[in-house]
Each structure stands twice: as structure tokens, then as C-alpha cells.
Design a protein around this ligand. Structure first.
Ligand SMILES: C[S@@+](CC[C@H](N)C(=O)[O-])C[C@H]1O[C@@H](n2cnc3c(N)ncnc32)[C@H](O)[C@@H]1O
Length: 479
């Protein structure tokens, strides 16, 4: 039991006003004070579930399936090893094959999974650091476009780094208050996730101080923002599209009442979709309205709230707005396209890159499918994948080309040992046992997944890891 968890009595008094009759406040307090089970999600863009389970067996990880997410597992190890297991520093994590994600946080993308289809244009309106973005991207399997928006600049950086690590190619990042989407991108999206900023009442098991500044007044204040965001999301949704609203908080002020606000605003156009059959056992968390209200004691998880809506028909745009300024990219010219493809073929045996190659000055980018439909609507922070930059004699490939397309290479790849990988992430060159005659660039792999680029140089591989991704003095807890 973690007795250092701070639970204010005013918070408990509030909880008692809406705790369902069949649940007890004692169980709730007990769960809030007990440690959270570790959970990870397999990034199926880089590793299959079978491969993950083989890794678990080899590493003495006990993996228990999470009932609502095929790719999600609770992870445990023997007690004395448990304390030393920093999953973020393991090879399987550094290679982008897994994402450390709390089990209940996998629910909102699960609620969208069945509606996602090839070529969709989707929005994750409040997305950093990107756990749900990467889950949605895996469901999209590289097809269509996913706009991942985030208001905070520092969190946007973390989001971009996570997208690269996970090898995601079809995401475009934007940096706005989510409230702009309804006006600038009216009825543009097939599916929208609004994982709203919230008071985080469900997160005390992870963060014992989560309730330190708790007050009803701040719940009310955040609910105002949530109401504006959900309205904007609904405006931005295509008729026939699906919106999932979620929070990691418990109060109805930020949950049911925000949903009710949406229904009151668009009584003819919005339909609540009942989530009681989303997975086996979901009925335990289903409210009378059909939402999921996940109390920590129900599935031994964090607290969460998930609602799903269908847009039945078009609604009038409130305040239509248009972006000013020219789009700074153009299609990559034929000559450079040929040059790039010949480099990829010669060095890696890669004969084609699916998607639209674009250029901005010397940069060569690969855009997501269908991006032209929405490219002029807002300004994006980055779109798709930076493949490389051109110079006088050719194209210099970028790190994210390797993390995203490295698996296509049939030559010039090197599977790193644990020691070599440690050197790589620490920014050092990689020693080879023998002198090599190979020259040019090499794709480095770990756990079977491409993690970056290096350059063959006799008895070493020169490290090309971008400076901002170097983890000085990283202690890799190899398993
Ligand atoms: C619950 S967190 C999102 C977590 C994320 N979906 C994930 O799964 O990794 C809410 C995010 O919304 C961002 N945010 C806050 N106000 C916002 C706004 N008005 N528009 C867009 N994002 C906002 C916060 O910075 C925060 O990163």
C-alpha cells in the first residue's frame, strides 16, 4: 500500500455523491492507494504479438492480456527483479516495438478501432505525448492521414520523438488550441478522438500528488474548456463520422455533463453509441447513458471515462475561417525522385516508397495518403516523414526514414548486440569485430526493428543518431 497518496476529504465527499450504489468508497480508497500494474502495448507496425510473447518468455516477463486491447498486456516479473525493471530503458522499448501505456488509456482508441478504415482522415485533437496517437496509427496501418494536434510546445516535441521511435508514417502534427478545428476544418474528419485535458482524478495510482490542487472550482473551469473542445470536434466531424470523448478523471462535471452539452447543442445530429459490448465485461463500467465510467476498482486500473458518438447529419459551420499563406511544399521533381530511388535501391535494395514524395527547399518528405484534401486548411508543424535532404551529389537520408522504412531493406543492415545498441543510444560509434569492406549507409536494427542509420567505416559503424535523441549515460536495463 502506498500511504503517501494524497486524497483530500473534500474529494472523497464529492465522489460519494456519484459513486454507483454497487461500489464501496472503502474499495475505491484502497485501490487509489495501491500500486498500479505495469502495462504495455505492442506496436504492431514494428512487432507482431507472437514475437512480443516470445520476447516475454525469453525475458521472464509474465504477460497478461488486457481484455479490451488485443495488443495490450499487463507485465509482471518476479518480486526481487520487479524493482529494477525500467521498461523505458529496455531494448524492446528503445526499438519502438512497445509503448508503455496504462491499460485504461488503451480504451478510447479501442472504441474507434471498428470504425477506422483504409484512407480515412482522422484527428487526435489533444494528442501529446502520443500514446493514443500511436495506437490509432497502428490501427490505420500506415494508410490515410492522422492529424495529431497538441497545444503545448514542449509536449509537441515529445510527441514528435515518439512518432519517430514508433515508425509512424501517416501522421501530420499541428500546434493549435483544439477549438479552431470546427471553424478551419469543418466536417473534414472521418473519426475524431478528443482525449481532453482534465483534472486527472483517475491518475492517483501513478501520481500520488495528482489530487494536491483538487477543487470543484477547477473541475468547473476545466469543464468549460472541454465543452468548447467537444463542440469544435463535433463541428470538424464528417456526417456519418465517429467521435470518441475521453478523460482520465471521474467527476460527471467533466464527463457526463460535457457529453450532455454536446447532445443539447445538436439534439438532432448526435447519437450516443452504447459501449456496453465493447469488450467482455464492459457492462460493469457502462452508465445508464451508454458511456464507460471506469472506476479503479473495476478492472484494477486507473480511472477513465469514454463516450462514443455518431454524427447523423451535417451541421452549419459557426464561424468559417480559412488559412492564409501559401503551402510551402511542391511535388518532388522527376530527376530527384529518380536519384532518391536509385540511392535506396543501390544501398538497401528498396525499390519503391509508397506515397507522395514532396519537397521544401532541399528537404524531401513523404506525405500521408490523401493529404492534398486537407493540406490548405491549417498550418502543420510537420507532415509525414522527412526522408532526406538533397546535396550536390545525391541525397542524405534521415534518421526517421530508417525507423519507418528500414524494415524494407534487403541489404546493408546490422542487427546490434546489446552492447552495440548501448553505444548507439549513447551517441558513440559502434565497434565491429572484423574490418568490413562495406561502404555507405547501414540500417541498424534492435529486436528485429530498424532504429536508425550509421555509416560503415572499416572496423566501426559511424553513429548518425540525431543529437537530440542521444541519451547520455543511458543505463539500459537489458533483460
Ligand atoms: C489527456 S492529455 C492527452 C494525452 C494523449 N492523448 C495521450 O494519450 O498520450 C491532454 C493534452 O491536451 C493538451 N491540451 C490542453 N489544452 C488543449 C487545447 N485547448 N487544445 C489542444 N490540446 C490541449 C495538453 O497539453 C495535453 O497534452
Amino acid at each position: 500500500m502506498d500511504k503517501s497518496t494524497y486524497i483530500p476529504s473534500a474529494f472523497l465527499d464529492d465522489i460519494k455523491t456519484y459513486l454507483p450504489d454497487h461500489l464501496s468508497i472503502e474499495d475505491f480508497i484502497d485501490k487509489c492507494q495501491s500500486p498500479l500494474r505495469r502495462a504495455v502495448r505492442v506496436n504492431t507496425l514494428k512487432m507482431s504479438i507472437t514475437e512480443f510473447l516470445a520476447y516475454c518468455e525469453k525475458s521472464d516477463w509474465q504477460a497478461e492480456p488486457i481484455p479490451w486491447c488485443e495488443e495490450g498486456f499487463w507485465i509482471a516479473r518476479s518480486e526481487q527483479e520487479e524493482a529494477n525493471l525500467a521498461i523505458g530503458n529496455t531494448d524492446i522499448h528503445l526499438s519502438g516495438c512497445i509503448y508503455v501505456q496504462e491499460a485504461s488509456s488503451m480504451l478510447p482508441p479501442t472504441a474507434l478501432k471498428s470504425t477506422i478504415s483504409s484512407g480515412d482522415i482522422n484527428l487526435d485533437m489533444a494528442s501529446a505525448p502520443g500514446s493514443k496517437t500511436s495506437q490509432l496509427a497502428a490501427y490505420m496501418d500506415g494508410r490515410g492521414v492522422l492529424i495529431a494536434n497538441e497545444l503545448s510546445s514542449s509536449r509537441l516535441k515529445a510527441l514528435a520523438a515518439n512518432m519517430k521511435r514508433m515508425g509512424i508514417r501517416n501522421v501530420a502534427l499541428s500546434h493549435f488550441d483544439g477549438c479552431i478545428f470546427g471553424d478551419y476544418m469543418h466536417e473534414c474528419f472521418d473519426n475524431i478522438l478528443l482525449d481532453a485535458p482534465c483534472s486527472g482524478e483517475g491518475t492517483v495510482r501513478k501520481d500520488p500528488n495528482a489530487l494536491k490542487n483538487w477543487s470543484i472550482e477547477s473541475n468547473v473551469e476545466i469543464a468549460q474548456v472541454q465543452k468548447q473542445l467537444i463542440d469544435s470536434a463535433f463541428q470538424a466531424l464528417k456526417p456519418g463520422g465517429t467521435l470518441v470523448y475521453s478523460t482520465c478523471t471521474l467527476t460527471p462535471l467533466e464527463n457526463q455533463q460535457v457529453c450532455q452539452h454536446l447532445i443539447d447543442n445538436y439534439p438532432q445530429a448526435v447519437a450516443v453509441e452504447n459501449l456496453s459490448t465493447l469488450f467482455e465485461g464492459a457492462e460493469k463500467a457502462t452508465t445508464s447513458e451508454g458511456y464507460l465510467h471506469v472506476w479503479p476498482q473495476l478492472y484494477d486500473s486507473e480511472g477513465f471515462f469514454i463516450a462514443r458518438f455518431k454524427k447523423l447529419h451535417s451541421v452549419a459551420v459557426k464561424n468559417p475561417k480559412q488559412k492564409k499563406g501559401a503551402f510551402p511544399f511542391e511535388e518532388l521533381d522527376k530527376k530527384t525522385t529518380q536519384l532518391l530511388l536509385s540511392v535506396l535501391k543501390k544501398q538497401f535494395g528498396i525499390t519503391q516508397l509508397d506515397g507522395k514524395l514532396m519537397q521544401r527547399d532541399k528537404e524531401v518528405w513523404l506525405f500521408p495518403d490523401n493529404f492534398e484534401v486537407i493540406q490548405d486548411k491549417i498550418k502543420y508543424s510537420r507532415i509525414g516523414i522527412l526522408i532526406g535532404t538533397t546535396h550536390k551529389n545525391g541525397v542524405r537520408l534521415e534518421h526517421e526514414f530508417a525507423t519507418t522504412f528500414g524494415h524494407l531493406a534487403s541489404k546493408n543492415t546490422l542487427a546490434l548486440t546489446k552492447e552495440q545498441a548501448k553505444d548507439y543510444f549513447n551517441g558513440k560509434d559502434i565497434r565491429l569485430d572484423e574490418v568490413t569492406k562495406l561502404t555507405g549507409e547501414v540500417i541498424l536494427t534492435l529486436c528485429g526493428s530498424a532504429i536508425g542509420l550509421g555509416k560503415w567505416q572499416k572496423n566501426k559503424v559511424k553513429n548518425s543518431l540525431p543529437r537530440d535523441l542521444i541519451k547520455d549515460g543511458l543505463l539500459i536495463t537489458w533483460v
